[in-house]
Design a protein around this ligand. Structure first.
Ligand SMILES: [Zn+2]
Length: 300
């Protein structure tokens, strides 16, 4: 083959590779999709303290705090949920929502806030959430007006909502919220009381997650949690059960790995009878264990 023919065939193949791929489909998320993964339907509001409420939309819930100068609301959940939330707030106060605080970046909690934005509310999130909002834009998401690093306080009407950042745990921008001086924390997705975590603990950082649970357990003056899913309140001690489950699961998987048990066999061998009473134990234990095997093998 002559040099001339070689060059010609190289150019021909280069030209074939240079053709751009055809345009792809629009993969941006749909507005107001409302695909709840929870079986619970409808909505309700529960009073937790004279000025403190939790609103449930299907299987997801938030917290709102009434002050003399307006309301501090949290996760608006979705467009339809936020409309219902606004009506529920109207039943207990005629004051406007002054703040909407995001617990973290996940869409099942924080979409639909525009109804409050249009009425002048200030939106607040941890600064780490912004990169997620930019990477995965959503038509129903109101971007935060105020962001912060570390902890933050919102003061309104003589009351202080403490936003506590414990580092990466569930995603990397989650804050737990304390409406001082109530002995209450609003804790989203770090522990849904009485249940084991779902699936392969997607978007959880296992070791810092356990450390965060321990940090919350060590906080003084907290008696009750408002979880981001299911029941209105639960004793704060319920966090300890989730933490103990995770630690037992990690220790059991580690022991099998050290003994040289193949991963597929670990999934069949793993059993944590002390935690068998927890919701979803039967269906989720193997999936949870898979995640732990991945952590020990890959470091994430
Ligand atoms: Zn989440």
């Amino acid at each position: 083959m002559t040099a001339k023919i070689l060059i010609a065939s190289f150019l021909a193949s280069a030209a074939a590779f240079a053709a751009p791929p055809p345009p792809g489909p629009d993969l941006s998320p749909p507005s107001n999709a409302n695909q709840s993964v929870f079986r619970l339907q409808g909505f309700d509001t529960t009073q937790v303290a004279p000025d403190l409420y939790t609103f449930r939309w299907e299987g997801t819930r938030n917290m709102f705090w009434v002050t003399p100068d307006g309301v501090i609301a949290t996760d608006p959940i979705s467009i339809n949920a936020a409309k219902a939330l606004r009506d529920e707030i109207r039943k207990v106060t005629d004051k406007p929502v002054q703040y909407v605080v995001y617990s973290h970046n996940h869409w099942d909690h924080i979409l639909g806030g525009k109804i409050f934005k249009d009425e002048g509310a200030t939106f607040v999130s941890h600064n780490n959430c912004v990169k997620h909002f930019t990477m995965y834009p959503h038509p129903d998401l109101v971007m935060p007006d105020v962001t912060f690093e570390g902890n933050h306080e919102i003061k309104l009407g003589g009351k202080t909502l403490e936003l506590i950042y414990l580092g990466p745990n569930h995603s990397d921008c989650l804050v737990v919220m304390r409406p001082k001086p109530h002995p209450v924390l609003f804790i989203v997705d770090l522990a849904t009381p009485e249940g084991v975590p779902l699936g392969r603990l997607n978007d959880y950082y296992l070791i810092p997650y356990i450390n965060s649970l321990r940090a919350i357990e060590a906080m003084e003056g907290i008696e009750t949690m408002i979880p981001g899913h299911r029941m209105p309140t639960a004793p704060i001690a319920t966090l300890g059960e989730r933490r103990a489950y995770l630690e037992a699961l990690m220790a059991a998987v580690k022991k099998e790995l050290e003994a040289g048990t193949p991963a597929a066999e670990i999934l069949n061998k793993i059993s944590l009878p002390d935690f068998a009473h927890m919701r979803n134990y039967e269906t989720q234990l193997k999936e949870n264990a898979r995640r732990v095997i991945t952590y020990y093998g890959m470091g994430w």
